[in-house]
Design a protein around this ligand. Structure first.
Ligand code: NAP
Length: 281
């Protein structure tokens, strides 16, 4: 079987067009513009690129973007004061602090300070708990994007066996919870899982979020599976996923590429969360 490629790029474009219309509707009907604030501390080049992309994407859908670039020597007190400032601002509906932070700053403390209703990254304990408890909250962006990509295949999730490789708070755990909420039977795998390839071969839906380039070979794939590759690793300057694409595509029915799969969905879900936060404001 040669898999059908699910393009995150195309899906992201479609969803962003809808978001743009919703932003316009909020402006017309409620008289305000949804706004996203991003706090960036330090000089990490990758973080600067990510934040620039977020800013550009916000503007493209008609949202307000507020980017605060703070120096690397910013103190915890200064950063928390900045978070408080954006928490209090009525024109800011979504707030995120770009990670990683410089080593002297405590990421957990910073996250805990973000107002949960503005936590558009869905990373606060309150939003993680809401997901676990089936309460309305804000779902973290990459996991939400994974679900949208699976749905784009047109296949039913309910009743399927989903295997998620990786159990991070950022990706693996929330993806597993979302799949469970969609009534999949979910198996979570990690670095101590035995016979990983064998477990993966039982997956109707396989989500790889490990961070090991091309680790998931064709031998891990069940015929007709849906394969979602979250992994991104730089190898000789090229972006590689966790899945060995050509081999997996021989067996899978649907597969996402890297780049152009999960990546473009992540910022799109950030815009969607900002819209949700603005609607609830
Ligand atoms: P992480 O925090 O490093 O977690 C990696 C997970 O993979 C851990 O749970 C680890 O198991 C598991 N793992 C590592 N080696 C394994 C192995 N040989 N067999 C089975 N499991 C193994 O990473 P993350 O933040 O979840 O990110 C995962 C990947 O997704 C990375 O490549 C990251 O760059 C990418 N990512 C992409 C996007 C995007 O927008 N495209 C967003 C977020 C992340 P243990 O828990 O046992 O250590």
């Amino acid at each position: 079987m040669a898999a059908q490629v699910i393009s995150g790029k195309a899906l992201a474009k479609k969803i962003r067009e809808g978001i743009k219309q919703d932003v316009e509707r909020i402006k017309q009907e409620r008289g305000f513009t949804p706004g996203l604030a991003v706090i960036l501390v330090g000089d990490d080049p990758a973080s600067h690129t990510y934040v620039n992309n977020k800013e550009k994407s916000c503007i493209e859908v008609g949202m307000n973007s507020f980017v605060d670039r703070m120096p690397a020597e910013t103190t915890m007190e200064e950063l928390l004061a900045k978070v408080d400032e954006y928490n209090a601002r009525e024109d800011v509906h979504g707030l995120l602090v770009q990670f990683p932070l410089p080593k002297h700053l405590d990421e957990k403390k910073v996250l805990a300070r973000i107002a949960p209703e503005k936590d558009v990254d869905g990373l606060t304990v309150e939003n993680a708990g809401a997901l676990l408890s089936g309460l309305p909250g804000l779902v973290s962006c990459t996991p939400a994007g994974v679900i949208e990509l699976i749905k784009e295949s047109g296949e039913e999730i309910s009743g399927k066996h989903a295997v998620v490789v990786g159990r991070s708070n950022l990706v693996g755990k929330p993806v597993s919870m979302l799949l469970l909420n969609e009534n999949a039977t979910v198996t979570m795998c990690h670095s101590r899982t035995q016979n990983l390839a064998e477990v993966c071969r039982t997956a109707d839906i396989l989500v790889a979020a490990i961070g090991k380039p091309e680790f998931i070979t064709g031998d891990f794939i069940k015929e007709g599976a849906i394969v979602i590759d979250v992994g991104t690793s730089r190898v000789n300057g090229k972006l590689k996923g966790d899945v060995l694409f050509d081999e997996a595509a021989e067996k899978a029915a649907y597969i996402t590429p890297v780049p152009g799969g999960v990546g473009p969905m992540t910022i799109t879900m950030l815009l969607k969360n900002t819209l949700i936060a603005a609607e609830r404001a």
